[in-house]
Design a protein around this ligand. Sequence first.
Ligand code: PMP
Length: 388
Amino acid sequence: MKDRTLLMIPGPIEFEPEVLSALGAPTASHVDPEFIEAFGKSLERMREVWLSPAGQPFVIAGSGTLAMDIPAANLIEPGDNALVLSTGYFGDRYAEILARYGAKVTTVSAEPGGMVDFDRIEAELKKGSFKLLTFTHVDTSTAVRVEPETIGKLGKKYGVLTILDGVCSVAGEEIRQDEWGIDVVLTASQKAVGVPPGLALLVAGTKAIETWKSRKTPVLNYYGDWKNWLPIMEAYESRKPSYFATPPVNLIFALNVSLGHIISEGMAARFARHKKIGQACHAAIQALGLDMVPKDIRFAASTLSAPRYPNGVNGPDLLPKIKSAGVVLAGGLHSAIKNEYFRIGHMGAIKAGDVLAAVGAIEIGLSACGYQFEKGAGVAAAQRIFLS
Ligand code: PMP
């Protein structure tokens, strides 16, 4: 039998065949008219996917960490105050990045699986000295989702720039960048955007760009400096050739294809599909008698789930058994609870059948580990959501 598996980790995800063919096509020149058109179109399409008609999109070769690094490099000047809302591993990473550019960082952290304390955040903001705040929409290490609308309002109220790390949420969870007043929304290609790893993607609002333009000190990162990239993005969008650093031609062709798929699905329909898939996964996990890392279902993400291992079951035993049943899942990531849970990614072009396959494989794995549960209960619970 062919060694075929279904990849359901929280990125990279399964990609659409048409996206993969764009990647495998002969590479064009970066000044070829067809490539210029694909790049320009991708930038326009990003505005639609981000729901940010007024924003400035950037497409730069790199991973999600570069997409976090770039706004930090461009907006922070040494000595600025930054507030980090941390709901896990990636929130903590943002604090490190900001500190590297000389920011004085205050971090408001949640316990693993918990929500950040909004009273404490507001109390910090009232002190009045923060230039920006960052938050992780869905922290991939905990599957906790923070509501961007609330943060956007707080940012506006206190005149603080807001940066949303949407690496595990953009094009899956609902984000309305302009309406909700989020100044920068960033992601990477390999998650719900549906393109293999290699692209750092972000949209910066007018206030972020103005803040960068009024800097008094140079940007301390040569590659990431918007001074190098803004003219490139503007040139491609007006369908003119340009060069600062060689763009990843095939990945950008693939991005244009995937963004086209996302837009033809429609953003409202896409958010609703992810929500339903999330609900189906959560229902299955509960029906199997497993706890989840998020302490409250109301802030459990729609793009990934983080079930805790039941007593007597551990990752090195369970995950290979699930893989033998055909589905690749991920282990834990948050250092405080790393060995206590596993992660199921369910974003992008995922369908109900993929979720049912994953839950079925989890049941096979749990059963082979000797865990006692009502056989078929997880699959039935997920199916009930899909049929409702
Ligand atoms: N932020 C979040 C929320 C993520 O999930 C990830 C990747 N898992 C990153 C940032 C970093 O992205 P990358 O691994 O592509 O550098």
